[in-house]
Write a protein that binds this ligand. Structure first.
Ligand SMILES: C[C@@]1(CC(=O)O)C2=NC(=C\c3[nH]c(c(CCC(=O)O)c3CC(=O)O)Cc3[nH]c(c(CC(=O)O)c3CCC(=O)O)/C=C3\N/C(=C\2)[C@@H](CCC(=O)O)[C@]3(C)CC(=O)O)/[C@H]1CCC(=O)O
Ligand SMILES: NC(=O)c1ccc[n+]([C@@H]2O[C@H](COP(=O)([O-])OP(=O)(O)OC[C@H]3O[C@@H](n4cnc5c(N)ncnc54)[C@H](O)[C@@H]3O)[C@@H](O)[C@H]2O)c1
Length: 209
């Protein structure tokens, strides 16, 4: 069965990673990419995790149920299948989304293969059928989902307030956004000059009259 792609905001939110090995490191890197505040708890912690500063705090001991306090997301990445299962059960009882590595039956969510530039994210899931297939999809889309598109996305977000106040209907606003995007892509630019945007807004108003 396909998984529902729900995009959640984890910026500055507490996430727990139980386990401190190779797999934990991979998951920590992903969560960091989305600005999470991560606690790693494990008796043995990979030096590469210890080197991560800022949003990662480490506890060099085994998992304790109190580690789940105030967490919005949990990853059970120990090398002990029974312990991962126990952690997952506890998290699920508290209604906290949990991923248990390589134990899909214990996961309430799974990690996607993804491309990210700034706020623009493309994510793929095979429902666990084939991570190699989702990696192939990711590689294939690298030429389309570029850093420049991430910059364009930033720009489109920055002009939303002004477009919203200047253009009255949703239908016209959509047209404006389409015109701006088409122009940026055609001219290989990531933003318009204020006067160029102004010209588009005026033109759109005139067309309505
Ligand atoms: C996306 C990515 C993210 C990440 O890991 O962070 C990810 N797997 C990645 C790579 C990868 N994983 C594996 C291989 C070897 C080839 C192969 O086995 O197919 C490769 C490829 C490689 O290594 O190149 C082995 C593997 N993975 C799982 C099992 C368990 C099983 O099948 O029972 C086994 C077998 C272990 C064994 O047989 O011993 C299970 C899961 N792996 C998932 C995610 C979730 C489903 C995602 C989906 O829907 O596709 C899920 C369900 C759980 C989860 O969320 O972790 C990351 C790519 C990152 C990127 O984008 O580059
Ligand atoms: N390394 C890989 O690429 C890979 C690939 C596929 C599957 N796996 C599986 O994923 C799991 C984790 O792999 P890994 O390579 O990260 O293992 P690892 O041996 O590098 O790390 C295991 C970690 O779990 C910690 N741990 C053990 N008991 C704990 C507990 N009670 N509480 C908190 N932490 C605890 C250890 O201290 C250690 O940090 C294993 O079951 C492995 O079979 C690993």
């Amino acid at each position: 069965m396909a998984y529902f792609p729900m995009f959640i905001d984890i910026e500055k939110k507490k996430c727990l990673v139980a386990g401190g090995g190779t797999v934990a490191l991979r998951k920590v890197r992903v969560l960091l990419d989305f600005g999470a505040q991560i606690t790693v708890v494990a008796p043995q912690i990979d030096p590469q995790i210890l080197q991560l500063t800022g949003n990662v705090c480490v506890k060099e001991r085994t998992f304790e149920p109190e580690d789940l306090k105030e967490c919005v997301l949990v990853v059970a990445a120990t090398d002990d299948v029974t312990e991962n299962h126990r952690i997952a059960r506890m998290a699920q009882k508290k209604h906290i989304p949990v991923n248990a590595v390589d134990q899909q039956e214990d996961c309430s969510f799974i990690f996607p293969s993804y491309l990210k530039h700034r706020d623009l994210v493309g994510a793929f899931s095979s429902a666990g059928n084939s991570p190699v297939l989702t990696q192939y999809l990711k590689e294939s889309l690298k030429e389309i989902l570029t850093e420049e598109l991430g910059q364009i996305n930033d720009y489109m977000g920055s002009i939303r307030p002004v477009v919203k106040t200047r253009i009255e209907t949703e239908k016209l606003r959509r047209q404006v956004y389409q015109t701006i995007l088409a122009r940026l892509l055609a001219e290989k630019k990531t933003s318009l000059l204020p006067e160029e945007l102004e010209q588009i807004l005026i033109q759109e108003k005139r067309m309505k009259e």
